[in-house]
Ligand binder design. Structure first.
Ligand SMILES: Cc1ncc(COP(=O)(O)O)c(C=O)c1O
Length: 489
């Protein structure tokens, strides 16, 4: 093989490819609204379009890019499409894309400060910027992980170490350990159970506390359950309060829960994966009441602070508590860990780390605090507008108060027509099926994308705003599609 063949792409050719890619990205972004939002293929149909065997010889980039157009793009659910109204209405932004692009050529492993000082120091800087933006006290410091599920697992590992000291060293087996319990609302995310599984606490020891009519954790029931468990000789380890629940974006009464946790000496973790970003909006300042009493808080800027996936921040009061549980310096890294202010490998199970802070730095500088706030406010405005449209259409009902960018609603035309005693359980089932069918038909049509969830046992439709490309006009079109689809059933 000639030496050139062993090298990277020649610079002139690479430059040409980059320009081509730049045009591709700009075209994609400009025309994304014309694409189907989601494919309607049977599972496996897309895989069938790829060769079964890995390529023997290298292929030109142009050919690869053609396949991106022909196979990748049509096989995608386009979360950045203005008619994508599912989950938490993800967003891409031009500055976010630029931040990701910039990260690619740098391709560092920021496991220790020495292995890339700026990646470590910028991580500390952006974590602190976000802390200030959401009004969190400087007793909290944080670490960036990929997702909130990973963040909660690390937070609860610290809670476990404090409840069952020396678990880090001695493990769980063959020790007479306390029977640990975790409490969270019946609306909380399943990452609580996942963490309990990973930490050897067991998913059955995550106790689901009932929520009130507004889908907020019932604090009296929480207090009762903790007291009962104590009486029974169990060890209440942690409470998880949620700011922005997965189905309705409801906000638990965190201040009351925090007081209870302080009295009961129980770790308080706040899952603000979705709702945390909204704490930046003055109208939502109330949602951060009680945060100052928490032990840990997770916020996903990839959900609401415009950073591309993946980017989740775990804040811990006195971060040293997290470091003590996870620091472990293998011999081969010893030389690289001296004199460092912080080595982020000490704050979790992950060693290698990508330079995630860079994309946050690019997007947050590009938008500024005011740019973030106006965009979040627009999501809130659109959510409330949609709620008004729902309220004024007798065929539908709101299933929960709109919160942040989330609206849950249900098609109910004719549901109570059978007179007293209706709807019967059979009618309810029928309407569950109808609501599911509306969502499935819309998603299969490729015109819009929304999701469904269960609230108090009933299937409801759910729209999540969040995409910067989704305008009032798109939302109106989405609402018309819902109406048309419902009428067509
Ligand atoms: C409230 C809440 N917490 C945690 C998570 C888990 O987030 P991640 O995908 O970052 O693990 C979600 C996911 O949507 C969520 O809604």
């Amino acid at each position: 093989m000639t030496p050139e063949k062993l090298n990277d792409t020649p610079p002139a050719e690479f430059r040409k490819q980059l320009h081509e890619l730049a045009d591709w990205i700009a075209d994609f972004r400009e025309q994304i609204g014309e694409l189907r939002v989601a494919p309607n293929d049977k599972p496996g149909a897309i895989r069938g379009q790829f060769p079964k065997r890995a390529p023997e010889e290298g292929e030109p980039f142009e050919k690869i890019l053609t396949d991106v157009d022909d196979v990748i793009v049509p096989g995608m659910v386009h979360w950045s499409h203005p008619m994508f109204l599912g989950y938490f209405g993800w967003t891409s932004t031009a500055p976010g894309i630029l931040g990701e692009i910039l990260t690619a050529p740098l391709n560092v492993n920021a496991m220790t400060w020495r292995t890339c000082p700026v990646a470590t120091e910028l991580e500390t800087v952006v974590i602190d910027w976000l802390r200030q933006w959401v009004g969190l006290s400087d007793e909290f410091d944080g670490v960036i992980y990929d997702t909130a599920s990973v963040g909660i697992m690390h937070a609860l590992a610290v809670a476990r170490e404090e409840a069952a000291p020396a678990t880090r060293k001695l493990g769980l087996t063959n020790r007479n350990l306390p029977h640990l319990r975790i409490y969270t609302s019946d609306q909380a995310h399943s990452s609580a159970e996942k963490a309990a599984i990973a930490l050897g606490i067991g998913e059955q020891n995550v106790i689901r506390i009932p929520s009130d009519a507004q889908f907020r954790m019932d604090v009296n029931s929480l207090g009762q359950k903790i007291a009962e468990d104590r009486q029974a000789g169990l060890h209440p380890m942690a409470v998880i309060a949620t700011v922005g629940t997965t189905s309705t974006a409801s906000v638990d009464p965190v201040a009351d829960i925090a007081r209870l946790c302080r009295e009961a000496k129980v770790w308080l973790h706040i899952d603000a994966a979705y709702g945390g970003g909204f704490a930046m909006v003055p109208e939502y300042e109330w949602s951060r009441k009680g945060w100052e009493l928490a032990d840990s808080i997770v916020i996903n800027p990839h959900k609401t602070v415009f950073v591309p996936l993946d980017f989740s921040v775990l804040y811990v009061r006195d971060l040293e508590r997290l470091r003590r549980v996870f620091t472990l310096v293998p011999e081969y890294l010893r030389g690289d860990t001296v004199e460092a202010e912080k080595n982020y490998m000490d704050y979790g199970i992950q060693l290698g780390r990508r330079f995630r802070a860079l994309k946050a730095w690019v997007i947050w500088r590009s938008l500024g605090r005011t740019g973030v706030v106006v965009r979040l406010r627009e999501q809130i405005r659109l959510a409330n507008l949609l709620a008004d449209w729902i309220k004024s259409d007798g065929r539908f009902e709101l299933s929960a108060q709109p919160s942040m960018g989330v609206v849950c609603f249900r098609f109910v035309a004719g549901i109570g027509d059978a007179g007293p005693g209706s709807p019967t359980p059979a009618t309810r089932d029928k309407f569950d099926a109808i609501n599911s069918e509306i969502v499935e038909r819309i998603n299969a049509s490729g015109r819009a994308y929304l999701t469904q969830t269960k609230l108090r046992g009933q299937t409801v439709m759910r729209i999540g705003l969040g995409n910067v490309l989704t305008t009032e006009e798109h939302l109106r079109k989405g609402w018309e599609i819902v109406g048309e689809t419902a009428s067509g059933l």
